[in-house]
Design a protein around this ligand. Structure first.
Ligand code: PMT
Length: 400
C-alpha cells in the first residue's frame, strides 16, 4: 500500500525548496499531505503546494472538512511519516512545549508516526541555548533531527542554519520511511569522539574529533535493527536514542571498555580519534607557569594501546571489524597498511585535509578499502550517508 507522508511547512525563506521535495516524493507514488503555518503561506502560496501534491493544503484549524472526524486527528491517524521542514525556532519551541494553537501543531501532538525535523534559521538563532535546549528535549522525546547546513544564509550571514539539500532530506525521509532491518539480531560496537589525556587536574591533550562520524554510524545501525554499544570519548553530541552508551575519557579506558564487550559483538567499528600518546606522569596539582624561569616545558609521553589492533588479535571468525584511517598524505597506501596491521575487514580512508572531509564537519569524503582488495571511492556525502554506505558494506560481508 502506498505510504502517506505529511509535510509540515513553517515560516522560513526556505519554504520554496520544499515544493521540489513534494514533487520528488509524488514521483515515487507517495501520498503527500502538506500542512502550512500562517507564516509559511507568506512565502509560498498554498496553491503551489496544492498543485504539486494534488491535495488540499491544510492551513486552518477551523476549516470545513467533508470527513466526519476532526480533521487534525484524522490526518494524524492516516500518516506513516511526519516531516517538519523547514522548521523555525518558533515552531520547534512550540513542539518542545506541547503548544497546539494551529492546524500543524495540533497534528504534531496527535501524531504517533515517526517524525523528522529539519531546522532552518539564522545561525545565531540556531546556536541560541534556548533553541538548542528545545532541540535536545525533542530528541529525548524520540524526534529525529537533521542538522542544518552551513553557508551563506538568506539574512546575509555566513554560518550554520541553511536548509540541507533537498536530495539529502529526500534520502533521509526514505531511509526512515522504509527502514532496512538488515542488522536485526546483530550486536555492533562503535567508538567515537576524541580521547583525552590528562596533563594535570585542569589540562588535557585531545584532538579535533567531534564524534559526529561515529554517532552517525551508531544511529544508522540502530535504525537497521542492531543492538548498538557506543563507546564515546569527549563529544558534545547527544547519543542516539536506544544505544547502550559508554562514556570514556582516555585511550586506556576506551580500550578496557571495548575489551569487555569484544567477545559478544558481531561487528566492531573504530571511528574514534584515539590519541596515540598519553602523559607519563600526570601532575597531581595544577602545573604553575614558569614566568620565564625556564625555556621549555617538557611533557614525557608514552604510547597508548592501539585499540583496534588489540581487538584485531582476538577477532572471532564471525566478527567483522572496520577501522578508519585519518590521513594527511599517501591516503590509500597508509590506509592499506593500517587495514592489514589491525586485522580489519575493511578500512574507511579519509583525507582529513580535504575540504568537507574528516574532523568536525557534517560531510566526509571516504574510500572503502577491503581486505579482499575491493575499493570504493565515495563522493562528498553527509556523514549520515557515509554511515549508511559503511553499514551497507558490513551487511554485504555478513551475507557473503
Ligand atoms: O568525529 P568527527 O569530527 O566526525 O571526525 C571523524 C574522524 C575524522 C575522527 C573519523 O572519520 C576518523 O578518521 N576516525 C579515525 C581517526 C584516527 O584515529 O585515525 P588513525 O588513522 O590515527 O587510526 C586508524 C584506526 O585505528 C582508527 O580506526 C582509530 O580509531 C584506530 N586507533 C588509532 C589509534 C589507537 N591508539 N587506537 C586505535 O584503535
Amino acid at each position: 500500500m502506498a505510504k502517506t507522508v505529511a509535510i509540515g511547512v513553517t515560516g522560513s525563506i526556505a519554504v520554496y525548496k520544499i515544493v521540489d521535495l513534494v514533487s520528488k516524493l509524488k514521483k515515487d507514488d507517495i501520498e503527500v499531505v502538506v500542512m502550512m503555518t500562517e507564516g509559511a503561506t507568506k512565502f509560498v502560496s498554498p496553491l503551489t503546494f496544492k498543485t504539486i501534491s494534488g491535495r488540499e493544503v491544510l492551513t486552518d484549524l477551523w476549516q470545513e472538512s467533508q470527513e466526519w472526524k476532526v480533521q487534525h486527528i484524522g490526518i494524524a491517524e492516516q500518516i506513516d511519516f511526519l516531516l517538519i521542514a523547514p522548521a523555525t525556532a518558533n515552531f520547534i519551541a512550540k513542539m518542545a512545549h506541547g503548544i497546539a494553537d494551529d492546524f500543524l501543531s495540533t497534528v504534531v501532538l496527535a501524531n504517533t508516526a515517526p517524525c523528522l525535523i529539519v531546522p532552518a534559521m539564522n545561525s545565531n538563532m540556531y546556536k541560541n541555548s534556548v533553541v538548542q535546549d528545545n532541540i535536545k528535549k525533542l530528541i529525548d522525546y524520540g524526534y529525529k533531527f537533521m542538522d542544518p547546513d552551513s553557508g551563506l544564509l538568506a539574512c546575509g550571514v555566513i554560518g550554520q542554519g541553511r536548509l540541507p539539500e533537498i536530495d539529502d532530506i529526500y534520502t533521509q525521509v526514505n531511509r526512515l520511511l522504509f527502514p532496512k532491518k538488515d542488522l536485526l539480531g546483530k550486536r555492533l560496537m562503535v567508538n567515537a569522539g576524541t580521547t583525552c589525556e590528562d596533563i594535570d587536574p585542569v589540562r588535557f591533550i585531545a584532538n579535533r574529533g567531534t564524534g559526529k562520524m561515529g554517532y552517525c554510524i551508531a544511529q544508522e545501525a540502530i535504525a537497521r535493527g542492531a543492538e548498538v554499544i557506543l563507546v564515546s570519548g569527549k563529544s558534545h553530541l547527544e547519543p542516539p536514542a536506544g544505544v547502550k552508551f559508554e562514556s570514556v575519557w582516555g585511550a586506556e579506558e576506551m580500550c578496557r571498555v571495548m575489551l569487555d564487550y569484544q567477545s559478544s559483538c558481531d561487528i566492531i567499528i573504530g571511528a574514534a580519534a584515539v590519541g596515540d600518546f598519553r602523559i607519563v606522569n600526570i601532575a597531581e596539582e595544577k602545573i604553575k607557569k614558569m614566568d620565564g624561569h625556564s625555556e621549555k616545558m617538557i611533557l614525557e609521553l608514552a604510547e597508548n594501546p592501539d585499540i583496534l589492533k588489540t581487538l584485531g588479535t582476538m577477532k572471532r571468525s564471525h566478527q567483522i571489524m572496520v577501522g578508519f584511517a585519518a590521513e594527511t598524505q599517501n591516503v590509500l597506501e597508509n590506509a592499506r597498511i593500517k587495514l592489514s596491521k589491525k586485522n580489519l575487514d575493511f578500512i574507511v580512508a579519509n583525507d582529513v585535509t580535504a575540504e568537507g572531509a574528516g574532523f568536525a564537519c557534517d560531510t566526509n569524503i571516504v574510500t572503502l578499502i577491503g581486505r579482499d582488495g575491493k575499493i570504493k571511492s565515495l563522493p562528498k556525502m553527509s556523514k549520515e550517508d557515509v554511515a549508511a554506505a559503511i553499514i551497507d558494506r558490513v551487511v554485504e560481508l555478513i551475507k557473503s
